[in-house]
Design a binder for this molecule. Sequence first.
Ligand code: ADP
Ligand code: MG
Length: 140
Amino acid sequence: MAVERTLSIIKPDATERNITGKINNFFEEGGLRIAAQKRIHLTMGQAQQFYSVHKERPFFGELCDYMVSGPVVVQVLEGENAVVRNREIMGATNPAQAEEGTVRKAHGVDVQANSVHGSDSPENAAIEIAFFFSGTEIVG
Ligand code: ADP
Ligand code: MG
């Protein structure tokens, strides 16, 4: 399996609690490299566009409000099978159902404020990485 990249976001519930370093430790201990990283405050337009796949879901409005409620850290993670590997490191969407040892089990608050985003496929990873980063900003 070739080296792959995925888009990660450390969400506002985690930046608010000042635990971005603790979360990065999960990625690095889990075999992924942080190839790009920046702390930004999403605009409502960016949040709506980023999550547009969920625009028909009942939680879409709340999700966008939450994602602009504080800063986030957007990241490119790189490594073997990075998309799937990161989803394993993150754990299930609902922290109550996440396995022991995952970011969401350790730090997630609830099904919305679940501390991290990770791309769900290599195709979406490429789209999501390009949403936040230019090629020269990514150094694996
Ligand atoms: P994941 O982030 O695990 O890929 P989804 O893509 O299904 O999960 O959902 C995107 C985000 O929307 C979740 O990470 C979470 O912040 C929020 N979300 C998902 N389901 C719910 C829900 N039932 N109620 C509130 N927010 C939700
Ligand atoms: Mg998703």
